[in-house]
Design a protein around this ligand. Structure first.
Ligand code: FAD
Length: 459
């Protein structure tokens, strides 16, 4: 695609903004990316939140498209399933997929972000401007208001169009709210989160199983841990923000130690700096944001968390933001520089799916913190894998549709609901997954999923 004299302005050089920069620069656009933080490749800045993330099929697809997949796989750790830590110290492993090719991958947020920026710059035509905070946007003239964080100087820029990838507290979105008929909702979970560390053993070994996502489910809250390349694990405690048993009530070192002693006794000896980290690290909040429209005429579009922030329990926020970039790239392929049509088609393709993954992510919180220890839930998970093996072209577990396929999230959600009914019926008649009535299963799948449900099968 031909270049133009005016650049496309991208606000925010996080995961979505940097990947989008690669896609746009590869199309020959001039791109200016404004990022409020310093360049993380030069200044050590804390990742701030979620030091590592689970990368799965949708994100991988985008990385393959831009040629970064092999590089990122070298710095990722495959996690084959959930390792559930019961209170009595017993462990129970639950595979995520049908075989070892279906894994999710722990990857460092910072490394991934830096490599995306390097790749974007390698395309040419793209400039990252760091320490430049967007403080708003005037849509009539397409003016982006910026503040240089190092000098406090404020100024404006204009471009061919503007894409806001400035995350869940988007400044571009805040000004879209002032334009008429903008729908907006934000829903905070009563839980917050805090990151803690299990360091490597003295010789750099992993202290717990490396290739798993560890969960300590405790009914109304949970601790999880994802592996890092240096042998450590980043743990995240999801716990109520305030109230009797909450982050607020854990206000002294002895309270934190006894809470961990009581609830996570196997992990306590692995965290020598627990109390220090507990009070040093911030408590983050967890929010779902839905809004629409995501664009103002041909002037500006929201993408990634700026358009649809979701809670992290399906491990899909980044994957969804990366899929946004893939889809937007397809819309540009189709409509060229007719930005209004590009943005309209993008929104038509993505909005229902973003809403679906937002709802699925909240649902998955209950599954992770509570249901994973429930024998009936475990039986249903096992039945799912049997059905997938016996009827591979007709039945794919909901988790797999979301994580290992690129079937639209909204279809995964609808099919998932129907599949839940099938699983309930089958689980009612057996105590072992390998003893389900296959004829009944085939009949139910035909009736409920094939005859009555015409939407696309997973691909
Ligand atoms: P962000 O990553 O938030 O990037 C926004 C960028 O914009 C940042 O660089 C920011 O500095 C910049 N910015 C913000 N405001 C301005 C401004 N006014 N001006 C200029 N720049 C600005 N997703 C997964 O797929 N898998 C996971 O396992 C996973 N785990 C998670 C765990 C936790 C605890 C959390 C909180 C999230 C997790 N996510 C996960 C979600 C994922 O982090 C987000 O969906 C993803 O970061 C979205 O990317 P983004 O680029 O849209 O936003």
């Amino acid at each position: 695609m031909a270049t133009t004299s005016k650049p496309i302005i991208v606000v925010g050089a996080g995961l979505a903004g940097s990947l989008l920069g690669v896609y746009l620069a590869r199309r020959g656009f001039q791109v200016d990316v404004y990022e409020r933080r310093p360049d993380m490749r030069k200044t050590r800045i804390s990742a701030g939140r979620s030091i590592n993330l689970a990368l799965s099929t949708r994100g991988i697809h985008a990385l393959k498209e831009v040629g970064l997949y092999d590089d990122i796989m070298k710095i990722s750790i495959p996690m084959k399933g959930r390792m559930v830590h019961h209170l009595d110290g017993t462990l129970h492993s639950q595979p995520y997929g049908k075989n070892e090719s279906e894994v999710i991958n722990a990857v460092s947020r910072g490394e991934l972000n830096m490599r995306l920026m390097d790749l974007a710059e390698a395309q040419g035509g793209i400039h990252f401007h760091f320490n430049q905070r967007c403080i708003g946007m005037g849509f009539d003239e397409g003016l982006v208001y910026l503040k240089d964080e190092t000098t406090a100087h404020t100024y404006t820029v204009t471009g061919e169009t503007v894409i806001g990838t400035d995350g869940s507290a988007s400044a571009i979105r805040a000004d879209m709210q002032k334009v008429g008929r903008f729908n907006y909702s934000q829903q905070f979970l009563e839980h917050g989160y805090k990151e803690l560390l299990i360091p490597p053993a003295p010789r750099g070994e992993f202290q717990i199983e490396k290739n798993a996502l560890h969960i300590w489910p405790r009914k109304t809250y949970m601790l999880i841990a994802l592996p890092n390349l240096d042998g450590s694990f980043t743990c995240t405690l999801f716990y109520p923000y305030s109230g009797e048993n909450s982050f607020e009530s854990l206000d002294r070192e002895d309270k934190v130690s006894s809470f961990f002693q009581e609830q996570f006794p196997d992990v306590l000896p692995l965290m020598p700096r627990l109390t220090e980290e507990f009070f040093a690290n911030p408590t983050g909040s967890l929010v779902t944001i839905k809004c629409d429209p995501w664009h103002v005429d041909d002037k500006a579009l929201l993408l990634g968390d700026a358009a649809h922030a979701i809670v992290p329990f399906y491990g899909q926020g980044m994957n969804c933001a990366f899929e946004d970039c893939t889809v937007l790239n397809g819309c540009i392929e189709q409509h060229g520089r007719d930005w209004e049509n590009v943005f309209r088609s993008f929104e038509r393709l993505r909005k229902a799916n973003a809403d679906a993954i937002a709802d699925l992510a909240v649902e998955n919180f209950y599954e992770m913190r509570d249901l994973v220890t429930d024998p009936r839930f475990i039986l249903k998970k096992e039945i799912e894998h049997v059905l997938e093996e016996k009827f591979p072209d007709r039945f794919v577990p909901k988790y797999s549709m979301v994580t290992f396929h690129r079937v639209p999230y909204s279809v995964a959600m609808k099919r998932g609901k129907i599949q839940e009914e099938i699983l309930d019926e089958l689980a009612a008649n057996t105590e072992r997954a390998d003893r389900i009535d296959l004829e009944q299963a085939s009949h139910l799948i035909q009736l409920k999923l094939v005859d009555a449900f015409s939407e696309v099968m997973p691909s």
